[in-house]
Write a new protein. Sequence first.
Length: 280
Amino acid sequence: MYIWNTTQSLQVVADLKRLRPDLIVILGGPEVSYECDRQEIVRLADHVITGEADLTFAEACGQILDGSLPPAKIIPAPLPDFDRLALPYELYTDTDIAHRVIYVEASRGCPFECEFCLSSLDIPVRNAGLDKFLAAMQRLLDRGVRQFKFVDRTFNLNLKISLAILEFFLERYWPGLFIHFEMIPDRLPEALREPIRKFPPGALQFEVGIQTFNVEIAKLISRRQDNEKVEENLRWLRDKTGVHIHADLIVGLPGEGVDSFAVGFDRLVALGPQRFKWGC
């Protein structure tokens, strides 16, 4: 369950439970992991697994099959150890590879505590085993994958790991390779800049969440950000690299009015990202 599929999912679950009341429905995902008592879809479902359910969902299914599932409606999932998870990338089909951007993740969690974001509840950050992960990326490359989208919230948090991944793809660069990362905007040390500048134009795309340039608003939402460093990094990316930049602002943060947002909007436009967007 995500914010973008709640309406459709509610209708599906309502229809299923009307047609087949005996059907067991289990929900999971960020949209139902919090405020479970306030959602109609939770009332309709039999169980909700909160948190990262990689292992807990399998356990719940086994309990259903052997008739021993606990009666609790809400089933909290402890954070799974990455070492216990089988990377799922072999499940991408040849059709997926031929027609879709392939989603991968090298880490989970976020070290920040921004009040507006569910990712702030996912601390601590955990990383997939690097050797195991890169071996899986090699197999995808060997199968012809050329478009990778990393869903890590903060790809450049761990310098050693992000550097290893960038160098891995740089060494295997082939025309048409495209890699998307979500980056912390004020963290771009020289060790990362070196491989970034070596990629040809269009090979890398960075999604950079600025969210707000207003220091007082940032304090209200518990967001730590060095705006001067953000500007320096974005200018460097535009002037010295071929990175395609997606930059984000948020409309309607607590205490931020139209005038404040307009100042931030103009400040971001002046930095020249190829694309900018805003959320609400």
